[in-house]
Design a protein around this ligand. Structure first.
Ligand code: ADP
Length: 162
């Protein structure tokens, strides 16, 4: 049983994340999308909301599940008896940070491999930050996120003070 952990803030999940999840299912028997608390990033959605949005998105995918996670990634990976961490690489700009993270995780636990997956080219410009910005400015994000994420974004932004 080969398990991969796909960690991230998912604030909120985008079609780019979903593309990476689907690619990872071709390589692993089980993919756990691990939603990190990421409090220091002051996310738009609460921890629980982010987990729920991922859960709704992956519900129909066999062998994929969403989990909440807080603490050290390598410890979580060991607890889940996973073999690898999956991360997405969009452009050279992602590389430096991801490279550092992967090597640090290897220092902390040398048994864990990090696998980088490139999304479909149409998603290489997509990020949660940009999606939030477009939605905030009243733009249409339906091509970038699943329908229920778009609804959640609209509700969340409507409930926020200007
Ligand atoms: P984090 O806060 O850990 O960077 P994110 O939710 O922003 O969490 O991203 C999680 C992972 O998904 C990261 O490896 C990021 O590079 C990757 N990712 C984000 N958006 C995309 C996308 N459009 N295509 C491919 N990978 C992506």
């Amino acid at each position: 049983m080969r398990t991969a952990i796909y960690p991230g803030s998912f604030d909120p999940l985008t079609n780019g994340h979903l593309d990476v999840i689907q690619r990872a299912t071709k390589l692993f028997d089980r993919v756990i999308v691990a939603v990190a608390k990421s409090e220091s990033k002051t996310p738009l959605f609460t921890f629980e909301e982010r987990v729920e949005l991922v859960r709704e998105t992956v519900g129909h995918l066999r062998h994929v599940k969403a989990e909440a996670f807080d603490g050290l990634l390598v410890e979580y990976v060991a607890r889940r008896k996973a073999q690898a961490v999956v991360r997405g690489l969009r452009a050279v700009s992602d590389f430096e940070f991801e490279f550092q993270l992967a090597l640090m995780n290897r220092k902390l636990d040398e048994r864990i491999e990090t696998i980088f997956m490139m999304p479909k080219d149409t998603y290489t410009f997509l990020s949660s930050r940009i999606v939030k910005e477009i939605a905030r400015l009243g733009g249409d994000v339906s091509a970038f996120v699943p329908a229920h994420v778009r609804t959640a974004l609209a509700l969340k932004l409507a409930s926020q003070p200007l």
